[in-house]
Design a protein around this ligand. Structure first.
Ligand code: PMP
Length: 420
């Protein structure tokens, strides 16, 4: 009897099973960038375009009502997936980046004034850094970053010192997209709240690693993208507690978010609709709903356990390779493993792997401040998902060994005390 992951890989992920590029098979290990769509998601997308396509919230006719019911059903699925109090706390966006921008703009409009302090961290993806930097620039507030320790953890003592300055909000990732560090979110939220500071969590890399619910985490906001949870691109979620959504002013305006308008006043809808100006990505929302239901059906705990085992196996195999240095040593790691093999450039390593049919990511992974902190210009990142196999990680190890040995034979001093 085959393992559950072998069965679902063959049944549900045609793109993984038959992955090829230029006529050669491909081993896909870049799931932190994007995951492949599960077959039920492809069906949901097709079903949407075939039988559900109509605009929402504006039509009295049957098709529009059906499309609207489908959106609201996905809102409910998202609320349950995140452990939110109600579907009224789920705003649909174009993805994690758009969620962070929407929130930062709303926060700037409603909460920030010159002299205020906002916190982010040294390990953020640019998507959870630049929106806050811009919000601070526009309002005259200050942005400060919580530093990262040598092991690749957030420096919580430094956070405490920053919290003494009573910041308005802390924007922090649940899992680093470079080091895989799993941050102690509840502890961070408790410390922040004790200082009157709101907490916004970038969960883009954390949705498959069994993140606790938003009420358990006690965060005020949380965001993620559908395309990292086996769903389609172009859609994501911003969770905001009911009280916060009520309090914030919408930074984007347009159709669908107005309940009354007069010459000089506008009354906005309440709840998530207030933040969803214009026609949402209806097909994407249908796909996201199918993706989350799929993960629930496969079993979130099972998925998290399998991905953890694959990552630990990858780490064990990569540590066998002389000259290769894995970045960070966090207490808990999920999703990604990054490494360097100086003096080889990350780009060259990824190209060598690509020539052997292995897809990994190289560069700064949109986290330049973190790479600067580590004294690096870039790294190579491996990120297996539950549909990957130990054999694929063996193949990665063989290809890497071949690449490093080839470089050494060509006179490149790999592993001879060079910095990456
Ligand atoms: N935050 C983190 C931690 C990420 O890894 C990513 C995606 N690389 C994002 C935000 C941005 O996600 P998206 O590009 O889907 O908006």
């Amino acid at each position: 009897m085959a393992d559950w992951h072998t069965i679902i890989r063959e049944r549900d992920f045609p793109m993984i099973e038959q992955a090829e590029c230029d006529g050669r098979p491909v081993i896909y290990l870049d799931n932190a960038a994007t995951t492949q769509c599960a077959r039920p998601v492809l069906w949901a997308l097709e079903n949407y375009w075939r039988s559900q396509h109509a605009n929402v919230y504006r039509g009295v006719y049957c098709l529009s009502r059906r499309a609207e019911a489908a959106v609201e059903e996905t809102r409910q699925i998202c609320a349950e997936f995140l452990g939110a109090a109600s579907a009224g706390e789920i705003v649909f966006t174009g993805g994690a980046t758009q969620s962070a921008n929407l929130l930062a703009d709303a926060f700037a409009l409603t909460e920030l004034k010159p002299g205020d302090l906002v916190l982010s961290t040294e390990m953020e993806h640019h998507s959870n850094l630049l929106p806050w930097r811009e919000a601070c620039r526009r309002t005259g507030a200050e942005l400060a970053l919580v530093p990262v320790t040598e092991e690749g953890e957030l420096d919580l003592d430094a956070l405490d010192r920053l919290l003494e300055r009573r910041p308005k909000l802390l924007a922090v990732c649940a899992v680093s997209n470079v080091l895989g560090t799993v941050n102690p979110l509840r502890e961070i939220a408790d410390r922040a709240h004790a200082a009157g500071c709101a907490v916004a969590v970038d969960a883009a890399q954390a949705m498959r690693c069994c993140l606790p619910g938003v009420r358990e985490l006690d965060c005020d906001f949380l965001y993620f993208s559908s395309h990292k949870v086996m769903g389609p691109t172009g859609v994501g979620v911003l969770y905001g507690s009911e009280a916060w959504l009520e309090r914030l002013t919408p930074p984007r305006t347009g159709g669908g978010m107005v309940s009354a308008i007069r010459e000089d006043t506008v009354l906005y809808e309440r709840g998530p609709l207030k933040f969803e100006a214009g026609t949402p990505n209806l097909a994407g929302i249908a796909g996201l709903g199918a993706a989350l239901e799929y993960l629930q059906a496969v079993g979130r705990r099972r998925i998290a356990k399998r991905e953890k085992a694959l990552l630990q196996y990858a780490e064990k195999r990569l540590r066998e390779l002389p000259g290769l240095r894995i970045l960070g040593a966090p207490k808990q790691r999920a999703g990604v493993l990054s490494f360097v093999a100086p003096p080889l450039q990350a780009y060259d390593i990824a190209m060598l792997l690509d020539s052997q049919g292995i897809a990994v990511r190289s560069g700064s992974h949109c986290a330049i401040p973190l790479h600067r902190r580590l004294g690096l210009s870039g790294s190579v990142r491996v990120s297996p998902a539950f549909y990957n196999t130990a054999e694929e990680l063996d193949a990665l190890t063989v290809a890497l060994r071949r690449s490093l040995e080839g470089a050494k034979k060509a006179g490149v001093p790999v592993g001879e005390n060079a910095r990456g």
